[in-house]
Design a protein around this ligand. Structure first.
Ligand SMILES: C[S@@+](CC[C@H](N)C(=O)[O-])C[C@H]1O[C@@H](n2cnc3c(N)ncnc32)[C@H](O)[C@@H]1O
Length: 267
């Protein structure tokens, strides 16, 4: 999987926090409210966006949480420590998520992952869930892309670009072997967690982007156009025209990007 820069993670964070389903996030916090405190392991933690989102919703005097942040990118973990090392109890673990058996999950009350499972393959998710079930750990998986992207104003190529983009989202993204779960991530997680005996709740967490998000929309348009430029038989001139139109409308139009959040708790 290619790297994620601090600037990209910062750019999307406002939209992520606005989108995250608040009742489900509060339910995750409630699950963490244990008499002797709780250990939360955040996989693919980046600069600590999940920590910031949950901390903002936590009631005063709420759960005592030890945050174990796991990522393979040391610069992102350093940034998380720089931002929160004095106000939160943080353990940072730089390691590769693909080595599921070696992940530092011991003692975890809840494992979280934001904007991660749509990049993961089924074998990674299967191995991870098996470990979580064995130790009775809950899962909070937020901001999983669900395949919906809706633009205003419309453009004739929108449907073809979205179809190509969603096919690209199901290609191997390097987190596990084989195709990524992509837009099926949340449905896949729900079915799998239920089959393991978890109680599962899901909720929509769509990005609702408008003129105030023009910089994010521009990055999104460039990323989508790049992802579908080869392999999907889109006419290059038509795609270039779509990209030019979308960039020209970034400051005035709207864009909805569908996401789903999931909370799976052991029964
Ligand atoms: C889309 S970003 C999400 C970051 C963060 N959860 C957030 O919501 O801002 C995916 C994160 O997963 C991390 N990641 C990707 N592949 C990884 C791997 N194989 N091992 C460990 N971390 C990985 C990246 O470094 C990045 O921080």
């Amino acid at each position: 999987m290619s790297g994620f820069s601090i600037s990209w993670l910062d750019l999307r964070e406002g939209a992520d926090h606005a989108a995250r389903d608040k009742p489900l996030a509060r339910a995750a916090l409630q699950f963490l409210d244990k008499p002797h405190g709780a250990l939360l392991v955040d996989l693919g933690a980046g600069t600590g966006s999940t920590l910031r989102a949950l901390s903002a919703l936590a009631p005063a005097g709420g759960a005592y949480i030890v945050w174990r942040l796991v990522d393979h990118d040391g610069a992102l973990l350093d940034e998380a420590l720089r931002r929160h090392g004095t106000d939160c109890v943080i353990e940072d673990h730089q390691c590769d998520l693909r080595h599921v058996a070696e992940l530092p999950l011991g003692g975890a009350t809840l494992v979280s992952a934001s904007a991660l499972f749509d990049l993961a393959s089924a074998d990674f998710a299967t191995a991870l869930l098996a470990r979580l079930q064995t130790q009775g750990t809950a899962l909070y998986a937020a901001l999983n892309y669900d395949g919906r992207t809706q633009w205003t104003p419309p453009h004739p190529l929108d449907a073809a670009v979205l179809d190509a983009f969603n096919r690209d989202q199901r290609t191997d993204k390097g987190l596990g072997s084989g195709p990524a779960l992509g837009p099926d991530a949340c449905a896949w997680l729900q079915a799998h967690c239920e089959s393991l005996g978890y109680q599962v709740q899901t909720a929509q967490s769509d990005w609702q982007l408008g003129p105030q998000d023009a910089a994010l929309v521009r990055e999104l348009v460039v990323g989508i156009a790049r992802a579908v430029a080869v392999h999907y038989h889109l006419d290059p001139d038509a795609l270039h025209e779509w990209k030019t139109f979308r960039l020209a409308n970034a400051g005035t139009g709207t864009c909805l990007v569908g996401h789903l959040d999931l909370l799976a708790t052991p029964v």
